[in-house]
Design a protein around this ligand. Structure first.
Ligand code: GLU
Length: 289
């Protein structure tokens, strides 16, 4: 049976979509649709300090304006704490968890968690929980970045799966949600590449399937800085989606003819999907325009 991808776009509603995030949405959409697959939308709104409901509405509106139509209901991480807690219990049994009271300040400058709280026997109800990490290597073949081999024990050490505010960490929530929603093909930005070994480690601990991965080059501004909310990348246009989408498709190595642009975003996406090959995305980052 041929592989039917289930892809997803998983924005955090901490700001409007900028060209860098729309670039990822378009690539993951095309990569799933071109192979007859499904494309899901998941709102990663666990960071209650930074996420805002109106950004969530704006993200949905923007995707619709660009004819990026998702399948099924929108998944919202803020509604899934109970599910994460169930998977956390499984990690308790294997490979085990321990409470950690180390502050960010205490750990500043350390790439790898030194295991300070490993043997302190703290109470988990008030602290973050870390998962024990063994010495295994995680090997995977990224569809764009090629063969990867990481060892979480040396890369980051025991990592947080449950936060001090008593909800799942990004790593646990992503792994649980990808598995529960049947995602088998992840297309996302290269800034997340070094999280992948940790996520595969959790998949192995929880006996969950590992999706295929493709990490996309990040778009940069004219100064060579990654387009990001932190760098105040402007929101994509809701007035002129056709020009914005044409620029993104060109940057993805799949330009569409001007005659198609007159037919709107849906026709442009369909044309790009008909011709899609993820390996045609140019690897270099560069000014987005
Ligand atoms: N929520 C993450 C972000 O906005 C994406 C997470 C993922 O794709 O795994 O960067």
């Amino acid at each position: 049976m041929s592989f039917l991808p289930v892809g997803r776009f998983a924005p955090s509603p901490t700001g409007p979509l900028h060209r860098g995030s729309l670039f990822i949405a378009v690539a993951s959409y095309l990569d799933a649709r071109a192979r007859g697959g499904r494309w899901l939308l998941r709102i990663e709104d666990l960071d209650t300090q930074r996420c805002r409901p109106h950004y969530q509405d704006l993200i949905l509106q923007t995707l619709q304006r660009y004819a990026l139509n998702w399948d099924g209901e929108v998944w919202r991480q803020s509604a899934r704490r109970e599910v994460y807690a169930e998977f956390l219990q499984r990690l308790h049994l294997h490979p085990g968890l321990y409470a950690c009271r180390c502050s960010r300040l205490h750990l500043r400058g350390q790439e790898r968690y030194p295991g300070t709280c490993r043997h302190r026997g703290l109470d988990g109800a008030e602290h973050a929980l870390r998962v024990y990490v063994d010495a295994r290597r995680i090997d995977f073949d990224d569809r764009l970045c090629g063969a990867q081999s990481d060892q979480p024990a040396t890369q980051c050490g025991d990592f947080v799966v449950w936060r001090r505010d008593q909800n799942a960490s990004y790593q646990l929530a992503v792994v649980v949600d990808d598995a529960c929603s049947g995602v088998n093909s992840v297309v996302r930005g290269a800034d997340l590449l070094d999280n992948t070994a940790r996520q595969i480690y959790l998949q192995q601990m929880l006996a969950l399937a590992t999706p295929e991965y493709a990490h996309l080059p990040l778009l940069c501004d004219a100064q060579g800085r990654k387009l990001s909310k932190q760098n105040h990348a402007p929101a994509v246009s809701l007035e002129d989606p056709v020009s914005e989408l044409a620029a993104i498709l060109t940057r993805l190595g799949h330009p569409v003819a001007p005659s198609l642009c007159r037919q709107g975003c849906g026709a442009m996406l369909a044309a790009a999907a008909a011709d899609w090959d993820v390996r045609r995305i140019p690897p270099t980052t560069g000014p987005a325009t």
